[in-house]
Design a binder for this molecule. Structure first.
Ligand SMILES: *Cc1c(COP(=O)(O)O)cnc(C)c1O
Length: 353
């Protein structure tokens, strides 16, 4: 792939203090375009800047948009690593197939990420728990209001230095079990990372937040019974000595963190069941104390412990609202691998610099 470089003439000052999540952007971005005649073309790295877009661009009307999320980590010995980027590349291919959008070949996707991260390498932060969040995305930019698959798409990558998710240590959250709104049904786009899914889920998030909860636990869209995800994370429960999580059957997003954590759990000697877990069953485990630990998994937080579940007027607490032993061990092991400060027995790291 030939990438044309157009470097920024003036570089920005790096942010000082707390980075937060997704508030700052680096000096450059990666862009390429697609048409049926030329396929992917005009690969370029240009200064990060606002863009022109046609008011009739199809993405603004019919939400044909997909994205990915991963991070670049700086190790103590000053290497920069990606974590299993080929998994994001393959998931992006699946997402784009479902949304009738062109595929970005795995190698092109990973090469583009490496190229832009190298250019803005000075933005990979050095603070404890900090990283450079990488946001690849694609959208239909053909100007047309008739509904059909577009004949012009743009793929871009922007980068954002992000802070430690838990500046004061890993802390449990309160979860609202959502029994009114749903997120996905089989045959829909639940397994796709597309903007539309997020737009549709906002009402539940806003409602939960108003009621004092940080995240929503999603139940399946047909029976409103089976546990699927928590917020924008996959979710797992330690019940007795078995970890239970929802199967990947079209409604749940196949998280890279989920897959990695499941590998660690197996190697720690726990059993894993990928099965439909009835919310009534889960609440009963909560009442009886058999629910030992619960946590969400995702790239942003890595692991987010669940301390409390609220469902139809009742609250159950897991592990006395403290971060569990297994939860903490999974967090420490995975972040150790990701930041390049521990051995990498699974070959999950990919060096950039
Ligand atoms: C991105 C995402 C996840 C987590 O995936 P990771 O690859 O682990 O970051 C889980 N659920 C939803 C709905 C998501 O969009």
């Amino acid at each position: 792939m030939n990438i044309v470089m157009n470097k920024a003439e003036v570089l920005k000052d790096k942010p000082e203090g707390s980075l937060g999540f997704g508030d700052y952007f680096t000096d450059h971005m990666f862009v390429m375009d697609w048409t049926p005649e030329n396929g992917w073309h005009d690969q370029r790295i240009v200064p990060y800047a606002p863009m022109m877009i046609e008011p009739a661009a199809m993405v603004l009307h019919y939400a044909q948009e997909t994205f990915e999320g991963l991070k670049a980590y700086r190790s103590k010995d000053n290497n920069i690593y990606l974590f299993r980027p080929e998994m994001n590349a393959r998931r992006f291919i699946n997402s784009n197939r479902r949304m009738c959008m062109p595929e970005v070949p795995e190698e092109m996707f990973v090469d583009a990420i490496k190229a832009i991260v190298k250019v803005d390498a000075s933005w990979v932060p050095t603070g404890e728990g900090e990283s450079l969040y990488i946001r690849p995305f694609m959208y239909a930019n053909q100007s047309k209001l008739g509904l059909e698959d577009a004949n012009s798409y743009r793929f871009m990558i922007v980068l954002s230095p992000v802070g430690a998710y838990y500046p004061e240590g890993v802390n449990p959250t309160k979860i609202y079990v959502e029994d009114e709104y749903t997120r996905a049904t089989v045959g829909g786009t639940g397994f796709v990372k597309c903007g539309g899914n997020y737009a549709g889920s906002l009402a539940a998030h806003v409602k939960a937040r108003k009621m004092g909860y940080t995240q929503v636990l999603w139940l399946d869209g047909v029976h409103r019974r089976y546990v699927e995800e928590v917020g924008t994370m996959n979710v797992m429960f330690l019940i007795g000595d078995t970890v239970v999580t929802a199967p990947i059957e079209g409604t749940v997003l196949a998280g890279v963190t989920r897959d990695s954590i499941m590998q660690l759990i197996r190697d720690f000697g726990y059993k894993i069941e990928e099965r439909h877990l009835d919310i009534e069953e889960l609440m009963e485990y909560g009442r009886s104390g058999e629910l030992k630990e619960a946590w969400g998994t995702g790239t942003a937080a890595v692991i987010s412990p669940v301390g409390e579940l609220y469902y139809k007027g009742e609250t159950v607490v897991a592990n006395e609202f403290k971060t569990g032993e297994l939860t903490q061990k999974l967090y420490d092991t995975l972040t150790g691998i990701q930041w390049g400060n521990e051995k990498d027995p699974y070959n999950w790291r990919e060096k950039v610099n």
